[in-house]
Design a protein around this ligand. Structure first.
Ligand code: BLA
Length: 517
């Protein structure tokens, strides 16, 4: 059945998940032209809301099916421009000849108005017990959290209590879009734990991350339910319906297979947005199908946003404090520079030195052939060779270099991996004579992946050509030769310090010229 051959994970990025052509079966969908509000397409289960003997729906105005005042509300929101980009009109309504109330959500996207009508399931089996969570209290607890991990723990706990999932995970992306479960709250009866595990970027491919950056949340009631196809009225320009913002979009079959391998049936993911970037996902897992009411879904989204804001506060405060401390060091260094005739001494021997910056453990200056070092750095001859390598390697016009795995790029320095896996360097002048360097030690680490990250995708046979890996067994990677990452602002600050040095060096040269002329 399955050839267990790893294939290139970039295939995953090509699945057009915004136009699956189907929805989950607990809703009925209507798509209308956003100009005329005439029906262009509908889901194949339309007979749940219209009778078979009614005239065909295609081409008819939306208010033939939906209450007139709701259609008026849609029209007003369209005119006001408040029905797009994740905004929607919602209401509970009854339809002609149907007893049960529907929960209706309408939004506009890509030239269409999409209306989803959701019938709440009768079975209370997996209904969250009318939520015991006071969202105001929960937000208060989040705002009081002092650290990121604490805030994540609170968020997982509160959102699980709210939604009734058996497990809720806070999943955080790293700079390369790999991710890690940084908090987990789950029922005691589920022994599986994903806490602390890493997952490769291809588990949530680029087009999915782009979609999640725009559309806030996804809920799957039943992984194994049969999707309901969309039926489009024939006609020019009536291409596939873009379901980017649809609540009931069916998720990628490859991802559903992944969920099966994880032992998950009902699921949720809510985007955690920090400073406009997809920071992570609030993930819900249930071993059986799981339904969450529309009100609870939006409460979970609000709580996730509250968590995102707290993350933003905690991260920006930390960054601010760190930067303030660095700016203070920088101005002391600049003061010493201006007082001194010897810029090397000013930066390496005073009260404040290069070592007070960037949590480096070694630092130095290569001024032509003369190398001066402080802290734990490779020996002077090696640093001289590193400087020569950088003079060759950096493209014209670039004056800075930073890497957290520098010895992989310059293997000659590999013997000094333990003290110099990280290198930040800035040339003082365009002639590249003088160079400031900072070293960071290797951070020996083991990374525990949820499955072998080198083989995230398998080749399938039959209709599904790609399959996610089947094993989520812990897979331990020993990482060697990596230091902590240099932040962008640190690279900038190194550059501005180098510029300040350049001014001093020029002044000293002029002085020497005056004395000698
Ligand atoms: C989507 N993959 C996802 C989503 C998650 C993950 C959370 C979001 C969908 C949702 O709302 O459920 C992955 N789930 C995880 C991870 C954990 C978890 C890492 O619980 C760990 C805690 N996925 C693969 C491979 C492919 C792939 C090999 O592993 C492609 C060949 C594809 N994943 C894939 C696609 C989507 C996805 C296409 C988008 C699903 C959609 O929104 O339609």
């Amino acid at each position: 059945r399955v050839r267990a051959e790893p294939v290139d994970a970039s295939h995953c990025e090509r699945e057009p998940i915004h136009i699956p052509g189907s929805i989950q079966p607990n809703a009925v969908m209507l798509a209308a032209d956003a100009e005329t509000l005439h029906v262009l397409a509908y889901s194949a289960n339309i007979e749940e809301i219209v009778d078979p003997q009614d005239p065909p729906l295609a081409g008819r105005p939306l208010d033939d099916v939906l209450p007139r005042d709701f259609v008026e509300a849609i029209r007003a929101r369209l005119t006001a421009g408040t029905l797009e980009n994740g905004q929607s009109a919602r209401r509970r309504l009854t339809l002609a000849g149907r007893a049960a109330p529907y929960y209706a959500v309408a939004h506009a996207h890509a030239g269409r108005v999409i209306v989803e009508l959701e019938l709440e399931p009768e079975s209370a089996d997996d209904f969250p017990t009318a939520s015991q969570v006071d969202t105001e209290l929960a937000v208060g607890r989040l705002r009081a959290a002092e650290t990121l991990v604490e805030a994540a723990r609170i968020a997982a706990l509160e959102i699980r209590a709210l939604t009734g999932f058996e497990a809720v995970l806070v999943y955080r992306f790293d700079a390369d879009w790999n991710g890690e479960a940084v908090a987990e709250d789950k029922v005691p009866g589920w022994s599986r734990s994903l806490l602390g595990l890493r997952f490769p970027a291809s588990d949530i491919p680029a087009q999915a991350r782009a979609l999640y950056t725009r559309a806030k949340n996804r809920f799957v009631i039943d992984r194994d339910s049969v999707p309901v196809g969309l039926v489009a009225a024939p006609g020019a320009g009536n291409g596939p319906i873009d379901l980017t913002f649809a609540q009931h979009r069916t998720l990628s079959p490859i991802h559903l297979e992944y969920q099966r391998n994880l032992g998950v049936n009902g699921s949720m993911s809510i985007s955690i947005m920090v400073e406009g970037r997809l920071w992570g996902l609030m993930i819900g897992h249930h071993r059986r199908p799981h339904y969450v009411t529309p009100e609870t879904r939006s409460a979970a989204t609000v709580l996730t946003d509250a968590f995102a804001m707290r993350v933003q506060e905690i991260e920006s405060r930390r960054l601010w404090e760190e930067r303030q401390a660095h700016l203070a060091v920088e101005s002391r260094l600049v003061r010493e520079l201006t007082r001194s005739d010897d810029f090397v001494a000013a930066l390496t021997a005073g009260n404040a030195t290069l070592l007070d910056l960037f949590s480096a453990t070694g630092a130095g200056i290569a001024a032509g052939e003369r190398v001066t070092l402080i802290g734990r750095s490779p020996p002077a001859d090696m640093v001289g060779r590193i400087a020569a390598w950088l003079r060759d390697r950096l493209p014209a016009g670039e004056t800075q270099y930073s890497s957290s795995s520098f010895t992989a790029e310059y293997p000659e320095a590999a013997p000094y991996r333990e003290i110099a896996s990280g290198l930040l360097a800035a040339f003082v002048d365009e002639s590249r004579e003088n160079l400031l360097l900072w070293f960071r030690p290797e951070v020996p680490s083991t990374v525990t992946w949820g499955g072998d990250p080198r083989k995230p995708v398998l080749a399938g046979s039959g209709p599904v050509a790609l399959l996610p890996r089947r094993s989520f067994e812990r897979w331990v990677e020993e990482r060697t030769g990596f230091a902590a990452d240099w932040a962008e602002w640190q690279v900038h600050l190194a550059g501005s310090l180098a510029e300040a040095v350049e001014g001093v060096v020029l002044r000293q040269r002029r002085k020497i010229d005056e004395l000698t002329s």
